[in-house]
Design a protein around this ligand. Structure first.
Ligand SMILES: Cc1cc2nc3c(=O)[nH]c(=O)nc-3n(C[C@H](O)[C@H](O)[C@H](O)COP(=O)(O)OP(=O)(O)OC[C@H]3O[C@@H](n4cnc5c(N)ncnc54)[C@H](O)[C@@H]3O)c2cc1C
Length: 397
């Protein structure tokens, strides 16, 4: 091993990219290790929606309010465009429901989406099929270009001395119970602290080390189109009755935890949330199927999924019939209680986690900022509250 860093951050999705930058900004020497260039994880295929309206607890209220203030300035601070804008989110209501009833589900949100008639929904999004809905809900939603956001964080990180290494972390270096670095396919790297931001692969990485964590993942599938000049969506479209979070809540039930250690299981049936987003450059991401399969490398019937996603979106937005596009797949991490897993591990000194987000864009930039300030000596009222009572993690001051 050559140089020893204050921190090694593993994983360069939006989580690792933001936290590595914030640590470096607080004067830490940081090595960020990512196995893929270009990226292939959840961030690469995300819609990049910033649901800062969706907070439901005092903790998420605070973080979403921080995000609302931070996002418009973030690109300027990082010195690169992150593709941020505020758009109308359109949550479609199926004909067997009515918008008033559908809106009840969101009443305790910081800024609850408002019901619209079919006509109002179609005025907001002229490409909608009025016969496919009974109306919609709408709220102002942030949107970023997820790949641009990672690139912006990375460039700002490197400009203040952060280093990036493309390598696959294969294990942890130890001296007794203390973690002293990582092994990779490119050699070993030493650090005072190793922080895992490895998304859906965190559980299997830790399993190899004999460390248990209640973090799970879905296999997410979507279709990405090339840049389409002849289609212009005005809104980000999702179903009002989103199934993904229900699937995560069910599959993350602590009683099912041991099932996740059995390869080849499907914890709960798959879901399809019919939605579409247009990125600032004109590409569409159409989705999304989520599956709770315990094997991160499980084989999936791509043709069948693609057909179901296409049928779903063509019904809601007929203009998208036969758009060119390619099926993609990635893993999306979640924690079971919708809160991030942040903190040091109790059994392995020097090993930390900053992961487990299912809807991270709404809270991540301020959370990464608070985390880095706190671990470098600042006070924070939120960060220390996130570790206690989470199996495997320990409280810290
Ligand atoms: C279709 C879709 C739409 C979504 N829409 C939204 C949305 O609108 N809003 C929102 O907030 N969220 C959304 N999400 C979820 C969100 O995108 C993810 O939760 C988020 O991107 C996860 O970021 P991450 O950095 O934790 O994980 P990832 O982006 O998966 O990054 C983890 C990284 O770790 C690397 N890694 C793993 N193991 C190793 C190793 N051993 N060595 C080196 N590197 C390793 C991986 O290569 C990967 O790049 C969506 C997800 C999908 C799939």
């Amino acid at each position: 091993m050559s140089e020893t860093y204050d921190w090694i951050v593993v994983g360069n999705g939006v989580t690792g990219a933001s936290v590595s930058y914030e640590l470096a900004k607080n004067g830490q020497t940081v090595l960020l290790i990512e196995r893929h260039h270009p990226l292939q994880g959840a961030t690469r295929y995300s819609y990049g929606g910033v649901a800062y309206w969706s907070a439901t607890t005092p903790l998420t209220f605070q973080l979403c309010q921080d995000s609302h203030a931070l996002y418009p300035k973030l690109g300027e601070e990082l010195g690169h465009d992150i593709g941020f804008s505020e758009i109308d989110l359109l949550l479609t209501v199926s004909p067997d429901q009515d918008p008033e009833t559908a809106s009840q589900k969101y009443l305790n949100c910081l800024n609850p989406p408002q019901p619209l008639s079919t006509q109002e929904a179609c005025e907001l999004e002229p490409l909608l099929n009025p016969d496919a809905i009974s109306g919609a809900l709408t709220v102002k939603h942030g949107q970023v270009d997820p790949e641009a956001m990672v690139a912006a964080y990375n460039q700002a990180f490197q400009s203040i001395g952060g280093k990036i290494q493309i390598a696959t972390v294969t294990g942890l270096e130890r001296a007794g119970d203390r973690i002293t670095g990582v092994t990779t396919d490119q050699g070993g790297y030493g650090a005072d602290k190793v922080l895992l931001s490895t998304g859906g692969l965190t559980r299997s990485l830790l399993e190899k080390e004999g460390i248990a964590i209640r973090q799970y993942f879905t296999h997410a599938e979507l279709i990405e189109t090339p840049i389409l000049d002849d289609v212009r969506l005005r809104t980000l479209i999702m179903p009002a009755d989103t199934q993904r979070f229900d699937l995560e809540a069910e599959a993350g039930n602590p009683e099912l935890d041991s099932h996740w250690d059995e390869m080849g299981r499907e914890i709960v049936p798959p879901i399809l949330d019919v939605g579409v987003v247009q990125l600032p450059d004109g590409r569409l991401r159409i989705g999304q199927v989520s599956r709770a399969l315990t094997d991160p490398h499980a084989t999936i019937d791509a043709a069948q999924s693609e057909m179901e996603m296409r049928q779903g979106i063509e019904h809601i937005v007929p203009a998208l019939r036969n758009v060119p596009g390619q099926w993609h797949h990635c893993l999306v991490a979640f924690s079971g209680d919708r809160l991030p897993l942040i903190g040091p591990f109790s059994q392995s000194e020097g090993l930390w986690i900053f992961s487990g987000f299912s809807n991270p864009f709404a809270i991540l930039p301020p959370l990464a900022r608070r985390f880095a300030a706190h671990v470098t000596g600042g006070e924070d009222d939120i960060i220390p509250t996130l570790a206690p009572d989470r199996p495997g993690l320990t409280a810290w001051q």
